[in-house]
Design a protein around this ligand. Structure first.
Ligand code: SF4
Length: 415
């Protein structure tokens, strides 16, 4: 069972060694208005957590000034290519963006203000590690318009943080949240992980209690994933740790749902809960497969049927962009067929509690989802997992524990 967004679905084409793809031609010239979001990847961390397979590196902060210079060039090249960008949402992730010093954070904010239009912006999020957040950083971010912070809390139990090799102390989360609120940033998300080796229902309940005591507007609760080539997976294979039993994982999912719902948060996506109106708008763009750009090493972007990814290397990224003839260092380029695009859209929208709306889906893709999914509807008929109406299809709360299976069936139905 997985609560993470599914991995890339189509094998990317690869350019020859040392070469990069060109930015795809926008299907509509001056594509700025239909690009609703932009993601910026800052890949530095204090330590590499044992479960992490994001592109991030420890002990490389000395490369931050060069990376920001390269990022500045990348944004300039993208705007030359796509036209002005006036995003509704900006998301700075990583890595740990708040590992940047207040001065470098200020430089990053100045750069974004120089390149992007802010007139349509309604959500500006940055990810933060509780250990690397303070009043100075909070002030810089607030002054630049950041209005949402996503803190990687993960657990409030020291032994569980140790099992994950996180480097923060649970007490630092409350202080970090206070720094954000004191600066005027009141839209707070906490990320939590369940099914950690050694975790019990009581210890998970404790973490939920501690998180709720901070009155976050949003909680993301993901099951621990054993990704290939991570130290955690190596420890699992070596028999040094044991994965949580599936029965415990299911019981934690159900407990989470009951507890967070009772606390006034609603599940709006399989793994995400929010107070009314505080759903993450940036991620909603992803789940609706809206066009978004991205910048930074390993960042991936999507425009219509194209999806592309930058090189996951700081050295190659900065070398390509600081050259005399700079290039956006794109190393993966996918061109989705109409059926693939429709299948992905269906799967992503069904992660949301609002589900898939038949008419809107047909309007966007030209495909009748009701026909495509007729066998899936038959298979799950009467089991209580699907909410079907003349207007829409959605997964019910009971379907959360089997959502991966249902979503795989949905994807397969589109061929
Ligand atoms: S802080 Fe986040 S990005 Fe950095 S190593 Fe840990 S999980 Fe990965």
């Amino acid at each position: 069972m997985s609560f993470a967004t599914p991995p890339a679905l189509h094998l990317p084409l690869s350019p020859r060694a040392g070469e990069f793809y060109d930015l795809p031609h926008p299907t509509r010239r001056g594509a700025g208005p239909d690009i609703v979001a932009i993601y910026i990847h800052i890949p530095f961390c204090t330590v590499k957590c044992h479960y992490c397979d994001f592109f991030s590196v420890a002990d490389h902060l000395h490369q931050a000034p060069a990376l920001l210079t390269a990022l500045d060039t990348e944004l300039r090249l993208q705007i030359q290519h796509f036209g002005p960008i006036n995003p509704e949402t900006i998301f700075i992730g990583g890595g740990t963006p708040t590992l940047l010093s207040p001065t470098l954070l200020q430089n990053l904010m100045n750069m974004l203000h120089q390149h992007l239009g802010f007139s349509s912006l309604n959500e500006f999020t940055i990810e933060a590690n509780p250990n690397t957040f303070d009043a100075d950083r909070a002030k810089v971010l607030h002054a630049a318009g950041v209005n949402r912070i996503s803190f990687g809390a993960q657990s409030f139990v020291p032994g569980e943080l140790l099992a994950l090799q996180r480097d923060h102390n649970p007490k630092s989360v409350a202080q970090a949240v206070q720094f954000a609120r004191d600066a005027g940033i009141d839209n707070i998300n906490l990320d939590l992980i369940f099914a950690i080796p050694g975790q019990t229902r009581q210890s998970w309940d404790y973490s939920l209690d501690q998180a709720l005591a901070l009155s976050p507007q949003h909680l993301s609760c993901y099951a621990l994933m054993y990704e290939p080539n991570t130290p955690l997976t190596a420890r699992l294979k070596a028999g040094q740790i044991q994965a949580a039993p599936e029965s415990l994982e299911i019981s934690l999912v159900e407990h989470t749902h009951r507890k967070l719902t009772a606390a006034g948060l609603s599940r709006y996506e399989i793994s995400n809960y929010a107070r009314p109106g505080r759903e993450c708008r940036h991620n909603l763009h992803y789940w609706h497969s809206s066009n978004h750009l991205a910048a930074g090493p390993s960042a991936w972007a999507h425009h219509d049927t194209r999806r592309w990814k930058n090189v996951p290397s700081i050295n190659r990224y900065t070398t390509a962009l600081l050259a005399d003839a700079p290039r956006v260092p794109i190393v993966e380029m996918e061109h989705l067929s109409a059926a693939q695009h429709a299948g992905e859209l269906a799967m992503l929208q069904l992660r949301l509690r609002t589900g898939l709306h038949w008419m809107e889906f047909q309007h966007r893709t030209g495909i009748d989802a009701g026909k495509k999914l007729s066998q899936v509807l038959q298979k799950y008929d009467g089991l209580g997992y699907l909410e079907v109406s003349p207007q829409h299809l959605a997964l019910t709360d009971q379907a959360m524990i089997v959502s991966d299976t249902i979503l795989a069936d949905v994807l397969a139905a589109f061929g």
